[in-house]
Design a protein around this ligand. Structure first.
Ligand code: NAD
Length: 337
């Protein structure tokens, strides 16, 4: 917080549709008088000692402000490129990825009352980036599971469940097959559950969860799901599909000190620069950010306006079946504040 009562927040506009959807957030926030000053941050990677790194100025900004809002970053496919998203997660030790998926009134999907909440381990598992050629034609990729990272995300999940009063935690795993790695995660989850006696804990096999969530998502409405990295990546996209896709789903990357809030979708190069992007996911990510910062009144007001605009269905973007441009949708949200 600054002397003028405003909070500095780092803003990574991102690539592709990033600048367009970031503009909507900025416009709506200024119309709603949210006490936030955006500090624009450039994360274009630089080469340092032969490694691609995020510029120091970006790291300094986020370290100073503790909180950042991030648009999508394009990851070039192929050799020699480290994903910037992964780099950000590692730099700030963003150990937990929180991904809620809640049905949006007015946008019809096969199920009306989806309300899933998934917490994904965000730093290791198959994403450790440890891969090598054993012999020609044989490649090995290491799935790394550590007690430290597992306990950290499990503790976060139980504490989160406690804090928001969603008093059932379910660990999702494949310990039947990956007996040691997922086995460790599961046994630590069982141990952690003992520290939270008022929270009901159980575990479920990933394949079973997938089957059950798409068959009937309602039994998941009162649970916090916690799981290793890759499972969370895939399952959370599946849950996003249940509520209408990636244009609507927010996420929070929680770290020891800093947290980065971002839409789940990518840079959508197919529609970039055309004013067609739906800014809702980034907006809802910014709502998670406001809640994290304790600015709950502003969060409620803006969220109410977003949901009202979507429910009215008159000024919605193409991905939701409407005709509105990004800025027209933002203007409708501002009207509904
Ligand atoms: P994508 O999410 O960018 O696009 C998938 C489809 O969804 C496209 O048809 C796109 O037009 C649509 N879409 C996505 N967001 C939308 C929005 N807000 N409004 C309307 N339609 C939307 O996925 P992709 O095409 O696989 O990836 C493109 C690039 O984004 C890649 O370089 C990838 O690495 C990167 N990416 C970044 C992140 C991130 O920064 N967190 C996440 C995923 C992908």
């Amino acid at each position: 917080k600054q002397s003028d009562g405003k909070y500095m927040v780092s803003l990574i506009e991102g690539d592709g549709i990033g600048p367009e959807i970031s503009q909507s957030v900025k416009d709506i926030y200024s119309a709603a008088n949210v006490p936030i000053k955006w500090e624009s941050v450039d994360v274009t990677p630089m080469l340092k000692d032969g490694k691609t790194v995020i510029p120091d100025s970006a790291i300094e900004s986020i370290t100073r402000n503790y909180v950042a809002l991030k648009g999508p970053l394009a990851t070039p496919v192929g050799k020699g490129h480290v994903s910037l998203n992964l780099t950000l997660r590692r730099t700030f030790n963003l150990f937990a990825n929180v991904r809620p998926c809640k049905s949006i009134a007015g946008y019809k999907t096969p199920y009306d009352n989806v309300d899933t909440l998934l917490i994904r381990e965000n730093t290791e598992g198959e994403y450790s980036g440890i891969e090598h050629v054993v012999v020609d034609g044989v490649v090995q990729s290491i799935k790394l599971i550590t007690k430290d990272a597992s306990e950290r995300v499990l503790r976060y999940a139980f504490q989160y469940a406690q804090d928001v009063g969603r008093l059932k935690v379910r660990a999702v795993h494949k310990a039947t097959i990956m007996k040691m790695s997922d086995g460790l995660f599961l046994s630590l989850a069982n141990k952690m559950a003992k520290e939270y006696p008022n929270i009901e804990f159980d575990a479920e096999l990933l394949d079973n969860t997938c089957l059950k969530v798409v068959t009937d998502p309602s039994p998941y409405n009162d649970k916090v799901l916690v799981m290793p990295n890759l499972y969370g990546d895939i399952l959370s996209d599946m849950c996003a599909g249940l509520i209408g896709g990636l244009g609507l789903t927010p996420s929070a990357n929680i770290g020891d000190e800093c947290s980065i809030f971002e839409a789940v979708h990518g840079s959508a190069p197919d529609i970039a620069g055309k004013g067609l992007a739906n800014p809702t996911a980034l907006l809802l990510s910014s709502i998670m950010m406001l809640q994290h910062m304790g600015l709950t009144e502003h969060a409620d007001r803006i969220q109410g306006a977003i949901f009202k605009t979507l429910a009215e269905g008159k000024t919605i973007t193409g991905d939701l079946g409407g005709k509105a441009k990004t800025h027209e949708y933002a203007a409708a949200v501002i009207k509904n504040l």
